[in-house]
Design a protein around this ligand. Sequence first.
Ligand code: GTP
Ligand code: SPV
Ligand code: MN
Length: 584
Amino acid sequence: MTTTLATLARWVDDVARLTRPDAIHWCDGSDAEARSLEAAMRESGDLIALNPDSHPGCHLHRSHPSDVARVEHLTFVCTTDADDAGPNNHWMAPADAHAKIDALFDGCMQGRTLYVVPYCMGPIDSPLSRCGVEISDSPYVVANMRLMTRMGAAALARIEREGTFVRGLHSTGELDPARRFIMHFPEELTIKSFGSGYGGNALLGKKCHALRIASHQARQEGWLAEHMLIVGIRNPAGVTRYIAAAFPSACGKTNLAMLIPPKAYRDAGWEVFTIGDDICWMQPGADGRLYAINPEAGYFGVAPGTSAKTNPNALAMLDRNAIFTNVGLTADGQPWWDGLPGVPAFDWQGRPYDPANGPAAHANARFTVSARQCPSWSPEAENPHGVPIDAIVFGGRRESLVPLVFEARDWTHGVLVGAGMASETTAAATGAVGVVRRDPMAMKPFCGYNFAEYFAHWLSFDRPGAKLPKIFHVNWFRKGDDGAFLWPGFGDNMRVLEWILARCAGTAGADRTPIGAVPRAQDLNLDGLALPPAALDVLLEVDADGWREEMHAVGAYLASFGARVPQRLLDEAARVAGALGTAA
Ligand code: GTP
Ligand code: SPV
Ligand code: MN
């Protein structure tokens, strides 16, 4: 296989000349190709076959111990003008960045095979989809890209028809953290990634293309590329509504997207459907509503915490044809992490399990699996027009201050709520865990341009004829004095989703507060929930002093982006601060 597209053929030639691989393989995405790659990886030790009786078609991959998460400090957005990347990104001049990383690529594929991976982000026949080609010397990357994207012959045919594609060049290199860079050239629709095999650093269709490059394109073309799940909720009357929700990495998107409602809801006829768990591309339709597609075809999800109690849908999809990365292993060859029954025999580094070495699975251990294997997967995920969004939900991990849920009063306020988001950091990126940081719209690590202009772009959707979703903020992670979560979360988050949809329909009550509309206890369906009334008081309280401080911090944060910040957003922040009044 090769290509009729001269620009693609020339680029592959150029890369091969620079990297000097032993062989070149054009991926067709077929089952036969996947099986033969897997066999080769079992041979080389890249993959370990799991128990064929309990987990047919499943493999374990153990990464280098220093290559287990995204590396934000080594991730660059390389625009001609540094201000276009903004203070939210690390920046390097494009020419310097190319020179630096091309030196690393020089000869790096000697002794290896260069894989050409054509892929489509979104349904192959959707006008909202966009294509790319990743060149990689990692068969593990190829296997993951096959699950995560529409990869192979059909994507290549679309690329040849369209003539344009995002170029992604990746090499695992020697996995030396000192020689590791993830570089983006939005003006050239190009990505170069060296020295890591980890998901967000190496599966270039995902964060690099579908968020950093796509957000740049989306701004120019009038759409949104967001770090959001998409979930469908069918009510007992048979009407399905769609919600898109942005939570930072490892803050609950996969779990909310696959939620199973409490029994009373199921008995009453509610059902939840999964469209996507990580990325959402949205644009206004002819009717003024926002329509969303999930550009991905699989899930690259957090393993620890995934259990029969928290996320049974995920467990059900992980018993076949899945890749597990950095999980523990039982004596009979089954994957293991905290939340699963059984005991680990080996930890994620392959050592005999010893609690003194920490949990058997790495905190950022992940699974990769085709989306269609999820019991709640909806065929609407293949709808080329996308699904209409009724509510946008922002959220974060906040042990204090932030209520369970509140509703922004209009689009401008909602954009402020998103821009002011903060969350405790997680193991999804290297660095400290549990530190509160600003993470606007959960896009801090992923926005391919200046946040000030990103906020203005969000505001621009509020225009005549627009029928915009309502905007909400949730927090599943509020803790009590004993350090335990106050809200049960997971399936019980359905109670909050029901209130959100009822607010959209105009049928639910709330208290109007300076930060937005907050439900009173009687506005939420709490049937069958054993929650102490005191916990609910804390979950629904608005602490005016705390919020005055918070809004002060938000104001300072917005100001840090300088003159490009839209005045409308600053005015809105001043309005909310004013509504909170001055300290008594
Ligand atoms: P990325 O894939 O990194 O973008 O993360 P994500 O947002 O999809 O996060 P995910 O759903 O995988 O959740 C991350 C962790 O948070 C897991 O360990 C979950 O068990 C936990 N979690 C998810 N939802 C809830 C919840 O409602 N309450 C509590 N307490 N924990 C949750
Ligand atoms: C995240 O970190 O937000 C993820 C995993 O979804 S990765 O693909 O590595 O970015
Ligand atoms: Mn993510």
